[in-house]
Design a protein around this ligand. Structure first.
Ligand SMILES: [Zn+2]
Length: 402
C-alpha cells in the first residue's frame, strides 16, 4: 500500500501537518500525532521514501546532537485538472507549484455533450487515464473539473451551461466513483485561480480574468478569494448586454458581450481559422480583417469599461487563444481603454501566462486549497509555504510548527 492510498489515518495527518508549511522534527511529529518517537519516525521514513518529504535542515538543540528537520517536497504533489469545452476535453497533470507534467487533449462529440451521462463518462475517462499513468510517481491529491457555466461548487452541480446545452447536472455520482477528491468550478474561476497561483502579483491584487473561449466568462479574485456570488453567478460578464436588441444569445437574451468578443463571434466574422487569420493579417492592411479587428477591440473595451465600473480591479487578464496575440491585442485595447480613462485609469491589462490551459491548470490547483482547511486561496500563506520556505534552510525554532 502506498503511503497516500488512504485519506484517513495517521499518515495523512502527518502529511497534512507538513502541507501547512511546517518544518518539523521527528519529536514534533510524535507530539502532534500523540504517538511514540519510533512510530513518528516510521511515518516520516515512509513519506521520505515516497518522495513526499525531504530534509530541510537541522534544528539546534541545547544539548546532544541537532535534530533533523523535514518539510514537504512539492515536486511529488500533483493533481489532475480537466477543462470541458463543447468540442474537446483538456486534461493535465500538474504539480502544486504549477509545473505541468502532462497534458492530453481529446476531441469529443459536441452533439452528445448535452447528455450529462456522456459528458461525465468522458471526464471520468480523462481523469482515470492520467491517474493510472502518474500515480506511481506522483501523489495525485485530487481532480478538478472546469466547466463553461454556472456551477454550485459545494454540491458539484452544473446549474446551467448554455453553450453545452446542459442544465442541473449533478457530478456527485462521479465524485463517488473516482478514488480522488473531486472539485468542480466555472472555467473562468478556474483560470483565474491558475493565473493567480502561478503569477508574481502581490497577494492583495484584485484581478479579473476574462476567459475568451466559445463563450466569455470572468473569474473575479479579490485579495486571493474567488468571488462566486450568492447563487454562483458572479462574473457572468459574457451575458452583460453591450448592444441592446441585436445578436441573440444562447442564454435567451440579446446583445450579450460574448456575441461580440467570443471565439465564436470571431469565427462568424472571419471563418473557422479566425485566430490564425488575425495572427497573419492584423498588421498587413487586409481591410476585411482590420475592420473586424477594430470592431472587436471596441467591443472588448466596452465590456472591460463596464467591469471597471463594477469592480475597479488592479489587473485585468485576458485568456483564451486570442491571448496568443500578446501585445498586438493589448496595445490597441489599452488605447481604446484610455479614451474612458476616468473608469479604467491605472488598471493594468495583460494576457494570460497560460492562455490555453489556464482553466485546466486552475482546476488542478484548486484541489490543493481544499486539502488545507481554512487556507482557502490566500496567496500569502500558500506561496510563502511553497516558494520561500522551500529555499530556506535557516532554523526558526518552534514557530514553524502549526
Ligand atoms: Zn447571453
Amino acid at each position: 500500500m502506498r503511503p497516500w492510498d488512504s485519506f484517513q489515518g495517521t499518515r495523512i495527518k502527518v502529511l497534512r501537518s507538513f502541507l501547512r508549511g511546517a518544518h518539523l522534527t521527528r519529536q514534533e511529529v510524535a507530539r502532534l500525532i500523540r504517538q511514540s518517537l519510533p512510530a513518528a519516525a516510521s511515518h516520516i521514513d515512509a513519506l521520505m521514501e515516497a518522495g513526499l518529504l525531504k530534509l530541510s535542515g537541522q534544528r539546534p538543540s541545547s544539548g546532544g546532537r541537532p535534530a533533523d528537520e523535514y518539510q514537504i517536497n512539492p515536486p511529488s504533489l500533483a493533481a489532475i485538472g480537466v477543462e470541458l469545452h463543447p468540442n474537446y476535453i483538456l486534461s493535465i497533470c500538474c504539480g502544486i507549484n504549477g509545473d505541468i507534467w502532462d497534458s492530453v487533449r481529446t476531441d469529443i462529440d459536441s452533439s452528445l455533450v448535452r447528455d450529462g451521462a456522456y459528458t461525465e463518462a468522458v471526464i471520468a475517462k480523462a481523469i482515470n487515464r492520467l491517474q493510472q499513468k502518474w500515480s506511481q510517481q506522483l501523489f495525485i491529491h485530487g481532480a478538478g473539473v472546469a466547466v463553461p457555466g454556472i456551477v454550485d461548487c459545494e454540491n458539484r452541480l452544473l446549474v446551467n451551461a448554455p453553450n453545452l446545452f446542459l442544465k442541473n447536472y449533478s457530478f456527485a455520482g462521479l465524485a463517488q466513483k473516482l478514488l480522488l477528491p473531486l472539485y468542480i468550478d466555472n472555467e473562468a474561476n478556474a483560470a483565474a485561480i491558475g493565473e493567480y497561483w502561478t503569477s508574481s502579483v502581490p497577494p492583495s491584487t484584485s484581478m479579473v480574468l476574462i476567459s475568451i473561449r466559445e463563450g466569455v466568462g470572468a473569474g473575479i479574485l479579490l485579495a486571493g478569494q474567488v468571488v462566486r456570488g450568492r447563487r454562483w453567478r458572479a462574473g457572468e460578464f459574457g451575458h452583460m448586454a453591450i448592444r441592446a436588441g441585436v445578436r441573440p444569445c444562447n442564454c435567451g437574451r440579446t446583445g450579450c458581450w460574448e456575441q461580440y468578443v467570443s471565439e465564436r463571434a470571431l469565427i462568424a466574422d472571419l471563418g473557422e481559422a479566425a485566430i490564425a487569420r488575425l495572427k497573419d493579417h492584423i498588421d498587413d492592411g487586409d481591410a476585411s480583417v482590420s475592420s473586424v479587428w477594430a470592431r472587436y477591440i471596441e467591443s472588448l473595451a466596452i465590456g472591460i469599461e463596464n467591469i471597471a465600473a463594477c469592480i475597479n480591479p488592479d489587473l485585468v487578464v485576458i485568456s483564451g487563444s486570442i491571448a496568443d496575440l500578446g501585445d498586438r491585442l493589448i496595445q490597441p485595447l489599452q488605447s481604446a481603454l484610455a479614451e474612458v480613462s476616468f473608469l479604467t485609469q491605472g488598471i493594468q491589462v495583460s494576457v494570460s501566462k497560460h492562455p490555453n490551459i489556464a482553466s485546466a491548470l486552475g482546476a488542478g490547483l484548486m484541489t490543493f486549497s481544499g486539502l488545507l482547511p481554512g487556507l482557502g486561496l490566500k496567496k500569502p500563506e500558500m506561496l510563502n509555504m511553497y516558494e520561500n520556505r522551500m529555499t530556506s534552510t535557516k532554523n526558526e525554532g518552534d514557530s514553524h510548527v502549526g
